[in-house]
Every structure is written in structure tokens, then in C-alpha cells.
Design a protein. Sequence first.
Length: 262
Amino acid sequence: MKKYRRKHLLDKMKGLKPKKSIFKRRLFWIGILLLILLSSVFYLIFLFEGLQIQTIQVSGNEKNKTEDIQSFAWETLGFKNIFIVNTDTLKKNLLAGFVGIEDMKIEKELFESLHLQIIERKPVAIFCQDNDNKNCFFIDKNGVIYESTNTTDNYGFIVRPFDASRIKQIGQIAITKNNMDAMIKIQQNLKDNFQINVRQVFSSNPLVVTTTEGWKIYFDPETNIDLQISKMNTLLKNQISTSARKNLQYIYLQYKDRAYYK
């Protein structure tokens, strides 16, 4: 009985032993340090002005207004910390928002500024979806239609689609890059070597080019266009004189190893 009482008293005395102060516990101080660290990171990312984007500079643009580009960029920027900003995402959003911009380069400057170097689309031809030239757009070297136009003058040649029933919208690829490259090569070659301009191109297979002199040239866009241009040059230099072109109707180049004209 005495042993039981003694043990009982010892247990009570242990219970009365002072608990270790919270300030002397390692976990408490680790938690405080983590809280300070997280607070510091939060401050640097969201509040510290020295790392927040203050200005967005825009250069290289002519048709697209600087104010519109800046406003759109601010709206889609998300985090404004210079180190957090994802320039690839910002570029993707801007290109989607401005069809008239072909490409851009975004650079971070002085910890608080973004510089947007704009490359705008340039018209190489006019894309018309009907024969009366009422539904026409500027088309760039990549085959993208990006701005409607009421004129077909002074902007190269007219391009007409193979399937006019498929109406194209601004921002879409109306002509494949391969066909656009072929058209540009043909036009440049005729102009440089024979002072002949292209008036219209029917984008199909064959690719039908109509010159300002009224005669047509037929190309195969799926085979070597350079070889076909070389055959055309040989004909125009050696067999078809300048005077003979007045009565020329067509040149067929799409057949392998052969060329015909009438």
C-alpha cells in the first residue's frame, strides 16, 4: 500500500514538472523562418517596385497603333514581376490578338521594362474570293489574309482560290506557303528578266499565271518550281521573241521535261 502511494505521488510530481517553453522549441523557429522567407518572396514578387514592370515600349509598328498594343499587353500580362513574366505566352497572345503582326521579339530591360519589337505583315498580293473583286484582302508572303481592301491597284497581283465556295476569314491561311513562294518567284523572275508583270494567279493545280500582256503560264505547284521557271526562261529568251509575245496565248510547263506554247 505504501509502495502504491509513493508511486502515485511520484506520478503527480512528474505531472507538475514545468513544460518546455514554446520559444525553446526547434519547430517553432523553423516555422518562423519559413514564414519570413515566404513573406519576403511574396514581397519581392508582388510588391517590390524595383522588380515590377513599369513600362512597355513598342517599336517597328506602322499600321498597328502603339497604344492598342500596349493596352492589350497590360491586360494579358498576368504577373508583372520582370522575372515571372513569360514572354513566350505574352508573344503568343499578342500575335493572336493582332492579325496584322507577323512576328515580334520581346526583351526584358532594366528590371522594370519590356521592349516589343514588332514585325508587321506586308502585302505581296491581293486575295479575292470572287470575280468582281468585291471580297478582297491583303495577303502576305506566308499566305495569310490579314486586312480587307477595296482596291486591287499597286499591291502586286491578284490571287484567286481554287475553291471559291470556301469563304476565308481574316487571319486564316488562304494560300499554302508553298504556293505563295512559287507565285513570288514567278512574279519576280518575269519582272527582273523580261519586264513582264503578273496580273492574276489562279491557285490550283495547275497553278495558272496570267501576265499583264494577256497570256497565261501553267505550272505544277507540286514539282520543282525552279526547274519550271528555268524552262520558261529558255522559251522566252530563245524561242518566243518580244514581238511574238503579242500573239502568245499560253505556255505549258507542268509536264516533266517538256514545255509547250501557242
